[in-house]
Design a protein around this ligand. Structure first.
Ligand code: SF4
Length: 509
């Protein structure tokens, strides 16, 4: 490929996200890719989003087919259903020979966890961190290599690059899944690319935008990876070893961020494990800013952290007990007693933070009806603490509860566990909603069972899904309909226990 004439010698690249501008521009994974493209001379970069009906090109552009490279960042599995819709709307047929159309590349957490359900839609997928891979990949694009086959061959030698067409998927005889098998001379496994340290280039906005989900904040990554090892979560296995942003580097980025926003969003899967979180909070306050952590692990709450959150003006803090009983929490890797949750709430109340938001799951492996009912008991105890503290203060805070179905994910301890049956999820969600309703004074939101089935299949599926993505609604789908569209959908969701899994060719460094 060489820069076409008439474009100032630049390659045209579409930085695509399979959701709206509002969602995409608050996504630091997307912003990291965008930054890499924008900072590299030789590229004419245009953003492109999916507004639900059509492509949205905020920087100009009409069709994906007019670009040399289309680069998708995919963070959430349900967004995969937008990929074929975007390609079709952009008049880009992936079945045309790669030399006759733009090269389509992909990356992001969803594709790193399991690229297979969307693999045939890409020429090349970045598995893992994009930072160590993109510069070399951009070199290749700019190298003037005209023969696409040779370009793919060279790219396949880079760390973390997966070229789906180099892995064939023989029809299974009796196996549940289509398994990617490497062609001659192609490595049997793809190692996730990983940066040693996030200090040189922490994820942060390439473009600071207002009309976005977190438009009031300057988002800054302070951790990558997680030491938590919760059985349902892929963060510790997929995001690589734990890396924290150093204090000196944080201070430099804080100065940049404060030019744009007074609120700094601290992003990462292990924000509350950061060894200098309190110093970070103090540094933000010293320069007149406020901070907002993307999550706080409940057991990591301390009176000092609660005080710093209060100084930053937080009126609500979210905590995730995940399950109602200590036994089930132990099973999922969060084995703290109820009293730890109550103490965390007490710390927040004492610091003057009146409102608590709680996250739970139902349908967890090993869960029984009494386990899910116990969510109501724990919330009742928490509500009691909030009421007592509020009465002393003269104003009682709110307790809101989010309950979502458990979704098994690849590369987790629960990757072979079935998602719960529809009637079980419906019954347990209803039981918790009704029980919390009877308590009074608790706001409840329950997740969608149909959304959970869609997410689960797109997390756990294989290449056969790629041609069917366009038939799946982003909002979710009933199991009955899913079974009509996707052969073996139920078997994949419920009967993977002893199957060869299609994502095991992805390994760690
Ligand atoms: S749920 Fe949170 S604490 Fe547990 S492994 Fe995932 S990111 Fe870490």
């Amino acid at each position: 490929m060489s820069p076409p004439p008439g474009r100032g010698g630049e390659l045209r690249i579409a930085a695509a996200y399979p959701n709206s501008y509002w969602v995409a521009m608050s996504n630091l994974g997307y912003q990291t890719t965008l930054r890499a493209f924008l900072e590299r001379p030789g590229f004419d970069v245009r953003r492109v989003f999916w507004d639900g009906q059509s492509l949205h090109f905020p920087d100009g552009g009409r069709s994906l087919s007019e670009f040399d490279v289309v680069a998708f960042s995919v963070s959430y599995q349900p967004d995969m259903v937008h990929l074929p819709r975007m390609l079709e709307a952009g008049r880009l047929s992936i079945s045309s020979p790669p030399g006759d159309r733009p090269i389509v590349i992909g990356g992001g957490v969803a594709l790193t966890i399991n690229p297979e359900p969307a693999a045939p839609l890409f020429d090349l997928i970045v598995i893992g961190d994009s930072e160590p891979v993109l510069p070399a990949l951009m070199d290749l694009f700019l190298s003037g290599e005209c023969d696409v086959e040779s370009l793919f061959q060279s790219a396949s030698e880079l760390p973390g690059i997966y070229i789906p067409s180099l892995y064939i998927t023989p029809e299974p005889s009796d196996s549940l899944y289509l398994l990617p098998v490497p062609g001659a001379g192609i490595p049997a496994s793809v190692k996730r690319a990983a940066v040693q340290s996030i200090d040189p280039d922490p994820a942060r906005p390439a473009v600071v935008a207002k009309q976005t989900e977190f438009g009031s904040m300057y988002l800054l990554e302070i951790s990558r990876g997680c030491p938590g090892r919760c059985a349902f979560c892929a963060a510790s296995s997929v995001c690589g070893q734990v890396r924290f942003l150093g204090l000196k580097r944080f201070q430099e980025e804080l100065a940049v961020g404060m030019r744009y926003r007074k609120k700094i969003g601290l992003v990462g899967t292990a924000v509350s494990y950061h060894p200098h979180l309190l110093e970070i909070a103090q540094m933000v306050h010293e320069v007149g800013g406020r901070f907002s952590p993307s999550s706080i692990r409940l057991e990591r709450m301390t009176p000092q952290l609660a005080d710093q959150l209060a100084v930053s003006g937080h009126r609500t803090v979210a905590l995730a007990p995940e399950a109602g009983t200590e036994d089930l929490r132990t099973t999922v890797g969060k084995g703290f007693p109820d009293k730890t949750a109550l103490q965390a709430v007490d710390m927040l109340q004492h610091a003057g933070i009146p409102n608590v938001k709680l996250y739970f799951m139902v349908g967890l492996p090993g869960e029984t009806d009494p386990d899910s009912s116990a969510i109501v008991g724990l919330v009742s105890d928490i509500r009691e603490r909030v009421v007592q503290a509020g009465r002393k203060r003269g104003k009682v805070g709110t307790v809101s509860v989010n309950v979502n179905p458990f979704i098994p994910k690849p590369h987790t301890l629960f990757e072979r566990k079935p998602i719960a049956e529809e009637d079980v999820l419906v019954r347990r969600l209803k039981g918790v909603r009704d029980g919390l309703g009877r308590l009074g004074g608790v706001k409840v939101q329950t997740g969608s069972v149909r959304g959970a089935y869609l997410d689960a299949l797109l997390s756990l599926g294989d290449r056969r899904l790629a041609g069917l993505l366009g038939q799946l609604p982003r909002s979710g789908i009933s199991l009955k309909r899913l079974d009509k569209i996707v052969k073996d959908a139920s078997r994949i969701l419920f009967e993977r226990e002893s199957a060869d899994l299609p994502w095991t060719f992805i390994g760690n460094d």
